[in-house]
Ligand binder design. Structure first.
Ligand SMILES: *Cc1c(COP(=O)(O)O)cnc(C)c1O
Length: 447
């Protein structure tokens, strides 16, 4: 296909519409093609093929329109085929698509680094390294922490998720399914209990004390290079730690020459109503990993950290062919430009109000909803056996299936597969949120 002019903008009405059985006939045909050539190890949460996506709606090849509460797993935070991102990508592609920053530098990479330094917590001297995926950012953060401290150990907590590369598989709470059969995994990873207010009832200080006494006993600060924490856990089920938990961990890290890394791959970039979740948690991480929402759908990730840590690595010790690709950087700069006036943060908070409020109303109606939690446009419900806190993964499966049949794209999460997480674009209108809530209401009623 030749493409000599800018792509014509496809009009996608922002409405839910189901016109065939799901998956429709064309999607079924394409699934057959897919299954004949794509590895069986690559799943599909919703087996429909998408032809267009704009804003908060994805349109499949059969003409069905879904309200997208997945946003590519929290990536298209500014909306699908966001006008600014599309224009920036087209403009940059007309200049060059790739050079490799460690061969010849270009401005976009530097400008993204400047934005990250400006908007991550803390006014200390910082440096940045760009990569392609969240897992790659986490891997590189471990390299920085090890080089800087001269220590090996990597501390992680229960329900954590950090990726699918060899080292990050070993950092995940769940070996199954992420690591099953793929070992041996990277070692020197140590896991401690987390803060999970719905289940443990501990204050932040109590939970931190438990986490830290665990690390002290199983490894000790003398062999711990870093501790990784998601400020709000993503795959683990949007678990928001108790107030003060992260700050207490950070304080211990600072006192013990352990690098405190906030993995903001899922929680960062407007998701929770500010640049980062830690922006409002009273912590200033030594290092941060950023990816998912940063470039409006283009693959880009970053490690942002204290200059002394980030500059401790020898020249040539960091790099990669594609890291900080210029087209992805142009997309990220458009995202940062759109965040600048704070309106999209207000939009995320509006989503917390409308969707979160609606979910709380549903909780009063349906005892299967044990907990409603999250921040901004990163919200979740934990489904339980009514009257207990025991996981109810079956109910999650049924609600997702109901949503699929009725034009609402939903994702699960949680170590016990019993959490429904909602990751709409922050621009999703209240009308669409209310419509999605009505589908959820019907789905819960159908259980
Ligand atoms: C998704 C995710 C990762 C991995 O990112 P990829 O781009 O899939 O490699 C790492 N950490 C967190 C918190 C994530 O949500």
């Amino acid at each position: 296909m030749t493409n000599t002019s800018a792509p014509a903008a496809t009009v996608v009405t922002q409405e839910r519409k189901v016109v065939t059985a799901i998956p429709g006939p064309k999607s079924q045909e394409m699934m057959k093609r897919r299954n004949a050539v794509v590895s069986a190890g690559v799943g599909a949460a919703l087996p429909v093929f998408i032809e267009n996506a704009h804003g908060s709606i994805v349109v499949d090849v059969d003409g069905n329109q879904f309200i997208d509460f997945a946003a590519g797993i929290g990536v298209t935070t500014v909306g699908h085929s966001n006008d600014g991102v599309v224009a920036a990508v087209a403009e940059q592609a007309g200049h060059y698509t790739h050079l490799c920053f460690t061969v010849t530098p270009y401005e976009g990479y530097v400008a993204v680094a400047e934005q990250l330094i400006k908007h991550t917590p803390g006014n200390h001297d910082k440096r940045v390294m760009l990569a392609n995926s969240g897992a790659e950012a986490v891997e590189n953060a471990v390299k920085f922490a090890r080089k800087f401290t001269g220590k090996n150990g990597v501390g992680v907590i229960d329900h954590a998720y950090h990726g699918r590369t060899n080292l990050t598989m070993g950092m995940n709470f769940k070996n199954a399914p992420y690591g099953t059969g793929f070992g041996p995994l990277g070692n020197s990873v140590f896991r401690a209990p987390s803060s999970y207010p719905f289940h443990d009832g501990l204050s932040g200080a109590e939970a931190a004390k438990r986490t830290l006494s665990y690390f002290e006993k199983i490894v000790g600060a003398e062999d711990l290079a870093c501790i990784f924490m998601e400020p709000i856990q993503g795959e683990g089920g949007f678990v928001v730690p108790a107030d003060g938990y992260l700050a207490a961990i950070q304080e211990w890290c600072t006192a013990n020459n352990v690098v405190f890394v906030a993995d903001e791959v899922q929680s960062g970039i407007a998701r929770t109503g500010d640049y980062f979740a830690t922006t409002n948690m009273g912590v200033v991480p030594d290092m941060m990993t950023v990816a998912k929402g940063i470039a409006g759908g283009m693959p880009l990730s970053a490690v942002v950290g204290r200059a002394d840590i980030m500059d401790s690595v020898h020249v040539g010790g960091m790099g990669g062919t594609y890291g900080g690709n210029p087209v992805a950087c142009a997309a990220a700069l458009s995202v940062f430009e759109q965040l600048e006036d704070g309106k999209l943060f207000a939009e995320a908070k509006r989503i917390e109000k409308t969707l979160g409020g609606g979910l709380r109303q549903l909780q009063e109606k349906y005892p299967v909803i044990g907990d409603v939690r999250g921040r901004g446009a990163m919200l979740a419900i934990e489904l339980v056996q009514p009257g207990t806190k025991d996981p109810n993964p079956d109910a999650v499966k049924k609600v997702i299936a109901y949503g699929a049949q009725h034009g609402l794209l939903l994702l699960s999460a949680g170590s016990y597969y019993n959490v429904l997480r909602f990751l709409p674009a922050v621009t999703t209108s209240d009308a669409l949120l209310e419509d999605a809530l009505s589908v959820l209401d019907e789905a819960l009623a159908s259980l």
